[in-house]
Design a protein around this ligand. Structure first.
Ligand code: SF4
Length: 123
């Protein structure tokens, strides 16, 4: 059996992180602790977004988060829910499809891979 060497991430792919405004900040600033809800969560997300708003690599960060489908945290000035909505994956924003497999008709079975991340990240 022939094997191929594993691909390693290139430095260029992550170079943008060097200039990140959040570099060195505690991750708890951007990622919610277990069970965080309500006003505390809203305020933490707002503060994280304030940091992102002045970040010189916000576009690169947002593109990465959408392409990688980062599930948690604030990335590129977008919350978890905002990224799901942009990707068409948020439960409340799905349209039922003919192949929906969820009893509530939320269309889980019709979710398609997203191939338009560049379009989503244009500002
Ligand atoms: S956009 Fe926000 S999360 Fe992304 S690198 Fe900048 S400060 Fe960090």
């Amino acid at each position: 059996m022939q094997t191929r060497p594993m691909r390693s991430p290139t430095i260029e792919a992550w170079q943008w992180q060097v200039a990140a405004s959040c570099r060195g900040m505690p991750s708890a600033f951007f990622f919610h602790p277990w069970g965080e809800r309500g006003p505390e969560r809203i305020e933490r997300v707002r503060q994280a977004k304030d940091v992102c708003a002045g970040c010189p690599v916000i576009d690169e960060c947002r593109r990465h988060a959408l392409q990688a489908r980062e599930m948690y945290g604030v990335w590129g000035g977008l919350s978890e829910d905002e990224r799901l909505i942009l990707l068409g994956l948020h439960r409340r924003h799905r349209t039922p499809g003919p192949d929906s497999t969820e009893p509530d008709g939320s269309g889980a079975g019709s979710v398609q891979p997203v191939d338009h991340v560049d379009e989503l990240t244009k500002r």
